[in-house]
Write a new protein. Structure first.
Length: 298
């Protein structure tokens, strides 16, 4: 069984090349909209970015193995339907300039999104997932860790740098799953530089710490939480709220927007633990807990 196939049933990608961005109002701020699960819409200097698209709803929102269950590692998990507990809030735009994919598990890029996504829309994806995406007939644009892509946006410039996303603190399980991507998104507009660090499904492991060393603090840190897999054969695969709070402190983030919680039955922990930890620590960073579909401006 291939490494990603422990959880993954199918992947998708898009053709190479950035489509021309649509002209937008210069008044547009840097905005982030959480659409549930790990899905985000980011509008950066007028560039519309869609992150980890998942569109399925109801009791069979997507098909994937269940990392919360025990199973034989030699055989992998049983693929089954997973429920979405909340209604999808709807897309904010009818067109996007770019898709960012943290990795190709179906709770990050589900079957409905794969069927819907325009094959001509550029996608940046992890190197690890590129072969599987290509096998499905798509053309992902893999971005290796440490590499950057720069885009001229309608109101400035956007630079996207890939950093490692370590899906497990167990080296053996991490090797099975392979490294995904987190992304540092730097937005230059009107003489101002703002930074978003979207961690992907990652812990603050050594490869992540090394990649972030010496970088300026993020204006917004977006960690994946949910405590997925803690009772399953693969062990913990996404952070607890306590781990996310420690991560935020270590990178000196200015504000924190947790995602990858509450939306799916798959998730074992909501944002409440992080909220309690934030109150206990009284850290310098601000905790942001928008409702699904709500946008925040930086």
């Amino acid at each position: 069984m291939k490494k990603r196939d422990f959880l993954k049933l199918a992947g998708a990608g898009v053709a190479a090349g950035l489509m021309p961005a649509v002209a937008r109002s210069a008044a547009d701020p840097l905005r982030v909209r959480w659409l549930g699960s790990a899905m985000l819409e980011i509008e950066a200097a007028g560039l519309r970015i869609l992150c980890d698209p998942c569109l399925g709803e109801g009791p069979e929102a997507f098909l994937m193995g269940d990392p919360n269950e025990m199973f034989d590692l030699a055989k992998g998990p049983q693929v089954k339907p997973h429920a979405r507990l909340t209604p999808f809030p709807g897309l904010g735009h009818d067109a996007y300039d770019l898709v960012l994919l943290s990795h190709a598990h179906e709770d990050h890029f589900d079957q409905k999104a794969q069927a819907w996504l325009d094959r001509q829309l550029p996608m940046i994806a992890p190197e690890h997932d590129a072969p599987g995406l290509a096998e499905k007939g798509f053309a992902p644009q893999p971005l290796r860790h440490g590499a950057a892509r720069q885009f001229d946006a309608p109101q400035g410039r956007v630079t996207i740098t890939a950093v490692p996303a370590v899906h497990s603190q167990n080296p053996q399980i991490s090797a099975i799953l392979g490294l995904g991507n987190g992304y540092v998104i730097e937005v230059e507009s009107d003489g101002r530089l703002q930074r978003i660090y979207w961690a992907g499904d990652s812990f603050h492991a050594d490869p992540v710490a090394d990649a972030l060393a010496g970088q300026s603090a993020a204006d917004l840190f977006i960690p994946h939480i949910g405590a997925v897999g803690g009772a399953g054969a693969l062990g913990l695969l996404s952070m607890t709220g306590v781990q996310a709070a420690e991560f935020a402190d270590r990178i000196a983030a200015l504000s924190v927007l947790p995602v990858h919680h509450s939306t799916y039955e798959l998730y074992r922990e909501g944002p409440e633990v992080l909220q309690v930890e934030h109150r206990r620590l009284a850290p310098r960073w601000q905790l942001l807990l928008p409702q699904e579909g709500e946008a925040i401006s930086l």
